[in-house]
Design a binder for this molecule. Structure first.
Ligand SMILES: Cc1cc2nc3c(=O)[nH]c(=O)nc-3n(C[C@H](O)[C@H](O)[C@H](O)COP(=O)(O)OP(=O)(O)OC[C@H]3O[C@@H](n4cnc5c(N)ncnc54)[C@H](O)[C@@H]3O)c2cc1C
Length: 470
């Protein structure tokens, strides 16, 4: 039976990143991945969607080219090319990770792990390959990184043709004429924005009174305004009550009394833990179906760690990777008797990005949360409409908001809606990650003319000292 010091189950951004860092530390590690390395992120999530975002934005810009003094006689989407471009970006990145594994001699075991068993001082792993043959391996340490899968609605099961998961929609080689997105969270809003910009008629049905529920109230309101203005129909505080379908179309009956006739439905109502492994003589503790972990990613089982979506902490790729890097440091200290400082991951300080048009970037507390936690808070805001670079690129929409504690002036939140918000929010990540105070930020010089000056003026506005705001 082949033995590894560390076996990682799942080769997504949690598992594969952790494996490379362990290898860099000289630790004998293997990854079990039933599909291809890169997980949901590279294969069916972050990367393919963002290649579509580029097309959607470019197409929208071309339509507005006359505002810039450019005449374009006609423009049209050739979706088969868009689809191929998306696939080639995915292929390049996935094969890049596979190449890194090959060069580093990290075993990438392309098998499904079906059973884990404790045997004296190690764990036994039973896996199955595509031909159905079973193999056994053993490892001293395990990292569970099996990720998540899309949740279904009981009366609207995925059929891969009309009722689709995000993965199914990405597989479609043609654009539908009409798409209903059930669920106005991050994934639902991103797809709605992408497809609407590519010319598809889109409607969002959301049970809650707001889109992107976890975002700052004001940001979520502004997103709803922008999506509505772009032509997306929103049905908030509304449930899908029933669905009738034939081969060509579906009729959705909504709780607001309306009926929608549509070609495709994307169901994006959340993601469920992906943990279909038999833990034979072990009792792995779960919390709402996700694996319960300590702040050091330890499960209740000795020498078993869990990272990424399967822990239900913050279901984002960079959160999974950071957890994986921290676990690698912990193992390095254990196995190599190193003395690396183990950082404490503060999930609140992890930036969150939403790739809608307009983009959203946020980190730390929302205004309402900050008020609840600290009572008195300072808020600085600045609009993109008063920023030179923003006008130059043709945008007057959106703002940056910075939130600080009144007592010691520590920055506790930053929220941006507008152009490049997903890039600009990295600055907020640095402010919160380094416990910066208003006084620290005053030392920074922001280049001109840049979108970053919106952040600078929002910081100045915390003390009502923004130059370009009344
Ligand atoms: C449409 C969409 C867009 C997204 N966009 C973004 C974004 O822009 N930014 C962002 O940060 N996040 C985004 N996400 C979320 C991001 O993809 C996930 O948070 C991230 O992939 C989680 O990484 P992970 O390593 O925990 O798990 P996963 O990426 O889910 O990887 C888990 C891997 O484990 C494998 N596996 C599972 N069970 C077994 C088993 N028993 N044996 C062997 N292998 C197994 C799976 O095949 C899979 O490859 C998006 C998600 C979706 C669906």
């Amino acid at each position: 039976m082949t033995h590894f010091a560390v076996a990682i189950i799942g080769g997504g951004p949690g598992g594969y990143v952790s494996a490379i860092r362990l290898n860099q530390y000289g630790i004998d590690v293997a990854v079990f991945e039933k599909e291809r390395l890169g997980g949901v992120c590279l294969n069916h999530g972050c990367i393919p969607t963002k290649s579509l975002v580029k097309v959607a934005d470019l197409f929208a810009e071309i339509k507005e080219s006359e505002n810039f003094g450019i005449k374009v006689n006609s423009s049209q989407i050739d979706y088969s090319k868009v689809w191929e471009r998306k696939n080639s970006i995915v292929e390049r990145l996935v094969s890049g990770v596979e190449y890194l594994f090959q060069r580093r001699n990290i075993p990438n075991i392309n098998e499904l792990v079906i059973q884990i068993e404790k045997c004296e001082d190690h764990y036994k792993i039973i896996s199955r390959n595509r031909e159905g043959e079973e193999s056994s391996y053993s490892a001293d340490y395990l990292i569970l990184a099996t990720g998540s899968i899309p949740q279904q609605l009981p009366f609207m099961k995925f059929d891969e043709k009309q009722i689709l998961s995000s993965k199914d929609l990405l597989k479609m080689q043609e654009l539908p004429n009409h798409l209903v997105v059930v669920g106005g969270g991050v994934i639902g809003c991103e797809f709605a924005s992408i497809y609407q910009q590519m010319g598809v008629e889109v409607e969002i049905v959301e049970l809650l009174p707001k889109l992107v529920f976890n975002e700052d109230e004001e940001i979520s309101r502004r997103l709803a305004m922008a999506l509505k203005k772009s032509g997306i129909k929103l049905h908030l505080k509304t449930a899908v009550e029933s669905i009738e379908k034939d081969e060509n179309q579906m009729i959705l009956k909504l709780s607001n009394g309306k009926e929608i006739s549509t070609e495709k439905v994307l169901v994006s109502v959340g993601r469920a833990p992906n943990l279909d492994i038999d833990f034979k003589n072990l009792e792995l503790k779960l919390e709402n179906g996700f694996i319960r972990i300590s702040d050091k990613m330890e499960t209740n089982l000795s020498n078993v760690f869990a990272i990424g979506d399967i822990t239900g902490k913050l279901m984002l790729a960079h959160s999974a990777s950071k957890q994986g890097l921290i676990v690698a440091d912990i193992m390095n200290n254990k196995i190599n008797a190193d003395k690396k400082e183990i950082i404490n991951l503060n999930y609140e300080n992890i930036p969150k990005c939403i790739f809608t048009n307009p983009e959203i970037g946020s980190v730390g507390l929302a205004e309402q949360q900050a008020q609840e936690r600290f009572g008195d808070i300072l808020i600085g805001k600045f609009p993109f409409s008063a920023n030179g670079k923003s006008l130059g690129i043709g945008n007057k929409f959106g703002f940056a908001k910075v939130i600080a504690e009144t007592k010691d002036h520590k920055i506790v939140g930053m929220h941006i809606i507008g152009p490049q918000a997903t890039e600009l929010i990295a600055q907020g990540g640095i402010f919160l990650g380094t416990d910066a105070k208003i006084e620290d930020l005053k030392k920074i010089v922001f280049a001109h003319p840049t979108l970053s000056e919106v952040v600078m003026e929002a910081i100045e506005d915390l003390e009502k000292l923004s130059i370009h705001k009344m």
